[in-house]
Design a protein around this ligand. Sequence first.
Ligand code: FAD
Ligand code: SF4
Length: 495
Amino acid sequence: MSTPTGFMEFSRQLPIDRDPSERIKDWEEFHKHMSDEELRTQGARCMDCGTPYCHTGVDMAGGTSGCPVNNLIPEWNNLIYRGLWREALDRLHKTNNFPEFTGRVCPAPCEGSCTVGLIGQPVTIKTIEQAIIDKGFEEGWVVPKPPERRTGKRVAVVGSGPAGLAAAAQLNKAGHNVTVYERADRIGGLLTYGIPAMKLDKGVVQRRVDILEAEGIEFVTNAEIGGNIPAQQLVDEYDAVVLCGGATKPREFNIEGSDLKGVHYAMTYLNGTIKSFLDSGLEDGNYISAKDKDVIVIGGGDTGSDCVATSLRHGCNSITQFGTHEKAPLERDSLGNPWPQFPNVYTLDYAQEEAKAIYGQDPREFSIMTTKFVGDESGQLQELHTVQIQRMIDDTGRKVYQPVPGTERVFKAQMALIAIGFDGPEQTLIQKLGLETDRRSNVEAHKGRYTTNVDKVFAAGDMRRGQSLVVWAINEGREAAREVDKYLMGSTVLV
Ligand SMILES: Cc1cc2nc3c(=O)[nH]c(=O)nc-3n(C[C@H](O)[C@H](O)[C@H](O)COP(=O)(O)OP(=O)(O)OC[C@H]3O[C@@H](n4cnc5c(N)ncnc54)[C@H](O)[C@@H]3O)c2cc1C
Ligand code: SF4
């Protein structure tokens, strides 16, 4: 236990991020650190409750409750309180291969299920996690640790997002020879091409990739399995294949006018900017720019928010974000959304905070649906037509959205970014290998086993569970590696 009464003595504090109106002028990370002493005080707020829901990651009521990689949170809170940073780092790495990613981008379901949160504000778990790993790198404690012996078994991992990287790291640790195949020109999956640089610096991703490479993992980029490299070749040449190809097939939005100039899918928009930024600091101009445009982002999730923050940095004229969901309450509904469920409460994320700093208000419109896009004679988008909607339960018990008559509106926009989610993994590789899929078109491979219907072939991460979170991808990559190790060796050395 840190201190028996810390949660009563100290209040929750978060680091003060960079000023939103300043940080939109660059692409640097917006996070700042707290001092060691402040972090020690925050660690002291952990009450060591005895049944720490914070480290039991489970799906609950359509969300995540607790930490999916089962981080040993009360233990490292206590170590930070005692000033034992290196020991805290070792404890963190036991369960999480990449805390520098989760410490930056995780929505922290651990905090939603923290016991202190039952009667007050939860412990600042995510901030402490990032501080531990960042100090680890600063102090030079995070160094390559190649395995002492090799098993002679060869494993191919397809896809280099957090699931593929976690699987590769664990399999390499077990002594197998691992090659990661990535179709993009850079390693990292959505950590590189997806999440923008101001949320996750690309140098932070590359730093970890360099360590994995120094530990003996081979990375092959521009290698599309089922494209320029035949899928069957991997199955024939390797002892096991782990598919971690993600789930980034965009959900289509085919309404009147969706083919107009100025209407783009979010990933095309975001990735163009990231690639141009990495290739040339945006000098090559090979990206879709929101400069001077009135931009409407359709979609209220993470991807939509990243479009808002990117448009602000391009210098858009105005920004609005549409969501079909209702505005969340200011406080957790203790009956409909009780602890330890992920709290559904009104907050501003980093992008909305930035938009508010510039334009004076939350950029979101809630319970709204776009009915058509309207363009000018040259085919350029000019307007979005919308209607307010309300959620109803139909005769079969399903939730449906009904338009509210008389609530029609017209919004001026020269750019619309569609961020309404994803429809599962791309199917080419799945079909080429003859893999079975579930009803949502994800690869059928049961959680905990990760085996597919094809011998030697395993699947993990978004490709198995659908678009999710970085922390779930790491969890699945680790667990799949354990199953592959068992398959290859008869038992496993991985925990
Ligand atoms: C814009 C955006 C923002 C997000 N923000 C957050 C966030 O803030 N926090 C959070 O927790 N989660 C966030 N997510 C979700 C998170 O990024 C994903 O859940 C996570 O990256 C999934 O990891 P993965 O390894 O399963 O797949 P991915 O990260 O999608 O990686 C899959 C990789 O496989 C490669 N690949 C696919 N097919 C082939 C093939 N045939 N051959 C070779 N390579 C192939 C792809 O190129 C890709 O690099 C975000 C998602 C998006 C789209
Ligand atoms: S990985 Fe996410 S859920 Fe787990 S401790 Fe870190 S912030 Fe919390």
